[in-house]
Structure formats: structure tokens, C-alpha cells
Design a binder for this molecule. Structure first.
Ligand SMILES: Cc1cc2nc3c(=O)[nH]c(=O)nc-3n(C[C@H](O)[C@H](O)[C@H](O)COP(=O)(O)OP(=O)(O)OC[C@H]3O[C@@H](n4cnc5c(N)ncnc54)[C@H](O)[C@@H]3O)c2cc1C
Length: 464
């Protein structure tokens, strides 16, 4: 094959694209990945999951040492914030991760085509003027922040998540527009570092789609930490002033407008598929009403040889969902039978405490008239949580009333994002709540709260 000919060309080097490229190469396909950013890893590694978690960790450490070490008898005086160092550490974490992907490309012999790619014709990808041929083209170009009319982003005073990860000063008052997980995570970072944080949300609740009971507790817990909320409220305009930003707010249902002054505004109202300058329309690729590539269950678009995965197609905009799709598609292209179980995709909010969910919520089960049983166990009754001083929250397991099969689980509490993995595995194996209840869990561990919640499904929890 010539240097410009490949079995697979993936456009986009995010978690969907780079994972698809590595898996395709592992399976013996000659593979290239086009990425226009200076580093691989996409939104997730560069301006998403990884930098946000680095700042969440650092700000959590700051909050712990400032407010909670004394409970342990550790007296620290004169705690100071070096934000420049904290930001530099975040950049180092990102740097190590993106270099790791570059290393994996070399190891697996994936060619990185540096530049912006477009589909010039089915079977041909143009990268900055050079044409490359591929039997299969995979579109994995991800997503971008949705703009809010009347609120012009300058990434300094009015920022998207990208600017919120780069602030060089703790804002006096940060207003977060949008009560989704990105806004709440980044709001938590700046709250812990000393900002006053107000979350303005159009709906009457945070993180729509989250189990209602968990959502209520989540709002209470963030409220106790000092975050304030203006729900059922819409932002209709923003004016940058000499000292900050003046926002205009209105009740979502209509009514008198009010203004709110702040130093920085974070617009976090969601993300939309990114397909700019890709030539998809010209190639005849069908997009849906939200600009996402329409694919079948094998990730094929309506144009033979063009596929799409990750944030650019329908489904939860999550890195691990994109990765699973990348693997499944690569395996299909290599003649194997890859698939993704969309019923078992965990969702995690990395605040403190964390919130994690998988499968169906009570609201969904009720809407579908599914009869179910509930088992709940609070972290206040878990020895390890007490030892950690992190007793806020609970584990809730939902199981089918007749078969006892686990239908969903919702956790708010310490390390919920890790605890949910056990339930994901159980659900993949079609486990019943009794299977989890009869599995030996180490003591003392947070995972005992999962076991106890499973026992509570049959009303036989031991420690409550
Ligand atoms: C602040 C923030 C925090 C997040 N936290 C989490 C989290 O904790 N957990 C989680 O699961 N998800 C998280 N996400 C979501 C996650 O980042 C995305 O779901 C994930 O990155 C999607 O992967 P992808 O491969 O589809 O697209 P992306 O990661 O967006 O990658 C697409 C890549 O394609 C490139 N590209 C686009 N067009 C072209 C072109 N024409 N030519 C060449 N390259 C192109 C882009 O430069 C980009 O690098 C977060 C997102 C944000 C913004």
C-alpha cells in the first residue's frame, strides 16, 4: 500500500477516535487518525474529563486541608492557595495523558495525520491539501459547547468550560448557567477555592435525567457546601462591565426580569455535535435535526464506507461511551462482532460526594409500568465512610419485582464513581440483587454499602 492508502482513516483523535484507531490497528488494519489539535486525546484529555478532574482533585485537597484536617487532629496554619502552581499541575497531568496516546499510536503503528480532515469523496479524506484513500472512514469529530443567545463568550469573563479550566484568579462571584454535570463540577472547583457560586438553571431541578431522589439530595449537599441555586430561571442577556458581568434573568415561566452582577460567567448549557468543514453534506451524509450523524446499529451512515462514533452521534456525550463505540466499530470493520450495551453505561458526576448512576431510574421504571423493588443503604451506617468522615449519601438498587434482575443503581456518596463499576459488571452478567447480596465484600469498605443496598431489596439489610 502507498503511504496515502489505508484500510481505516479515523477523523478526530478523541476517546472515540483514538481508541477506534488503536483497536483497528491491533486487529491488523492499516490505520490512520487525523487530528487537527496539536495534541491527541480530544476534548476529554485536553479540555474536558482530565483537566477538570485534576482541578477537582487539587481543589478538594485545598478544601480538606483548610476545613477538615482539624477534625482529624491535624492542625495546619496559614494555608495558602498558589493557583498558578495548581494550574501548572493540571497542565502537567494533561501533558502526560496526551503524550501517552501519542506513544500508544507509535506502539500500535497508527499513523497520525496532523491537520484538519474532510471527506472530499466517499473513500477519500483530504488533510490540509493532501488526499488519502481509505476503505473505511470513521467520523469521530466530537462536540463543542452550545452558545447561549445574548451571552457572548470571550473566554475571559464569559467563559465556556474551556475558559473555566484556565482562570488565573479565583472569581469573587461565579455564575454558572446550566445545572448539568459540567457546570456543577467546575462550579465545585471554584467554590472550594473561595468563589461565591450561583447556579442558574432553566429547569426546576439539577442534572435532568438523574434519579429524582438522588437529585434532591445532591442539591441539598451542594447547598450545604455553599453553592446557591436559582432554578426555573433563564438568562436572557449578559453585559460586560468594567468590574465584571451583569446578567439579566427571568423566571422560566415568564415574569419580571432581574439583574445579577458577577465577576465571571460560565456558560454550561450543554454540548452539540461538531461537524464543521468536514464536507459531510457534500458527501451526502445524513445528519439529524441536532446536527448529529445518523448511523445504524453498526455505526454506518447512509453513505457506504462512512461511519461515525462518539459525541458526533446520538447518545450520552461521555468519553467511555465513545470508547466503547470505537472498539465495537473497529471490531466490526475487522470482521468481528463488536457491540455496545447502551443499557449499561455508567454516568458519574465527580463532585464531592460523587454521584453515579447506571441503568434505569425509578421515574423511568414508573413511566414504563415496570414493577420493581428498591433497596437503599445510607453511608451513615457504613463503617468505612464514618472513618473517612464522608457519610453523606446512599446507595439505591432497583430490581425487577418478579425476577429480581438488577435494573438500575444510583449512588450519591464517597467514591460513587468507582462503586458503580461493580453494578455495571453485575448488570452485564444479568445479575439479580441477590447475586450482589450474597457476594462477599471486603470489610471495612465503601462497597459494603452496595452489598447492604442489595440485601435491602429483600428487606434483609444487616447494619441498619
Ligand atoms: C469540561 C468537560 C468535562 C468532561 N468530563 C467528562 C467526564 O468526567 N467523563 C466523561 O465520560 N466525559 C466527560 N466529558 C465529555 C467527553 O469529553 C466527551 O464525551 C468525549 O471527549 C467525546 O469523545 P469524542 O472522541 O467523541 O470527541 P472529542 O473528544 O471531542 O474529540 C474529537 C476530536 O476531533 C478533532 N476534530 C474535529 N474536527 C476535526 C477535523 N475536521 N479534522 C481533524 N480533527 C478534527 C477535535 O480537535 C477533537 O480533538 C467532559 C467534557 C467537558 C467539556
Amino acid at each position: 500500500m502507498a503511504d496515502t492508502e489505508f484500510d481505516v482513516i479515523v477523523i478526530g483523535g478523541g476517546p472515540g477516535g483514538y481508541v477506534c484507531a488503536i483497536r483497528a490497528a491491533q486487529l491488523g488494519l492499516r490505520t490512520a487518525c487525523v487530528e487537527k489539535r496539536a495534541t491527541l486525546g480530544g476534548t476529554c484529555l485536553n479540555i474536558g474529563c482530565i483537566p477538570s478532574k485534576a482541578l477537582l482533585q487539587s481543589s478538594e485537597n485545598f478544601d480538606e486541608v483548610s476545613h477538615h484536617y482539624a477534625e482529624h487532629g491535624i492542625m495546619v496554619e496559614g494555608v495558602k492557595l498558589d493557583l498558578a502552581r495548581m494550574q501548572a499541575r493540571k497542565d502537567e497531568v494533561v501533558g502526560a495523558n496526551v503524550k501517552g496516546v501519542e506513544f500508544l499510536f507509535k506502539k500500535n503503528k497508527v499513523t497520525w495525520l496532523k491537520g484538519a480532515g474532510s471527506v472530499s469523496a466517499p473513500g477519500t479524506v483530504a488533510v490540509d491539501g493532501t488526499a488519502y484513500k481509505a476503505k473505511h472512514i470513521v467520523v469521530a469529530t466530537g462536540s463543542e459547547s452550545i452558545p447561549l443567545p445574548g451571552v457572548a463568550v470571550d473566554e475571559k469573563r464569559i467563559v465556556t468550560s474551556t475558559g473555566a479550566l484556565e482562570l488565573d484568579k479565583v472569581p469573587g462571584h461565579l455564575v454558572v448557567i446550566g445545572g448539568g454535570y459540567i457546570g456543577l463540577e467546575l462550579g465545585s472547583v471554584w467554590l472550594r477555592l473561595g468563589a461565591k457560586v450561583t447556579v442558574v438553571e432553566y429547569l426546576d431541578r439539577l442534572v435532568p435525567g438523574m434519579d429524582g431522589e438522588v437529585g434532591k439530595q445532591f442539591q441539598r449537599t451542594l447547598g450545604k457546601q455553599g453553592m446557591t441555586f436559582k432554578l426555573s430561571t433563564k438568562v436572557t442577556g449578559a453585559k460586560t462591565t468594567e468590574s465584571g458581568v451583569e446578567l439579566t434573568l427571568e423566571p422560566a415561566a415568564g415574569g419580571a426580569a432581574e439583574t445579577m452582577a458577577c465577576d465571571v460567567v460560565l456558560v454550561a448549557i450543554g454540548r452539540r455535535a461538531y461537524t464543521d468543514s468536514l464536507g459531510l453534506k457534500e458527501a451526502g451524509v445524513a445528519l439529524d435535526e441536532r446536527g448529529r450523524v445518523i448511523v445504524d446499529t453498526h455505526y454506518a451512515s447512509n453513505v457506504p464506507g462512512i461511519y461515525a462514533i462518539g459525541d458526533v452521534i446520538a447518545g450520552p456525550m461521555l468519553a467511555h461511551k465513545a470508547e466503547e463505540e470505537g472498539v465495537a466499530l473497529a471490531e466490526r470493520l475487522a470482521g468481528q462482532a463488536g457491540h455496545v450495551n447502551y443499557g449499561v453505561i455508567p454516568g458519574v458526576v465527580y463532585t464531592w460526594p460523587e454521584v453515579a448512576s447506571i441503568g434505569q431510574t425509578e421515574e423511568q421504571l414508573k413511566a414504563e409500568n415496570v414493577e420493581y423493588k428498591v433497596g437503599k443503604f445510607p453511608f451513615t451506617a457504613n463503617g468505612r465512610a464514618r472513618a473517612m468522615g464522608s457519610t453523606d449519601g446512599f446507595v439505591k438498587i432497583l430490581a425487577d419485582k418478579t425476577t429480581d434482575r438488577v435494573l438500575g443503581a444510583h449512588i450519591i456518596g464517597p467514591d460513587a464513581g468507582t462503586l458503580i463499576a461493580e453494578i455495571a459488571t453485575a448488570m452485564e452478567f444479568g445479575a439479580s440483587s441477590e447475586d450482589i447480596a450474597r457476594t462477599c465484600h471486603a470489610h471495612p469498605s465503601l462497597s459494603e454499602a452496595v452489598k447492604e443496598a442489595a440485601m435491602a431489596v429483600e428487606g434483609r439489610a444487616l447494619h441498619i
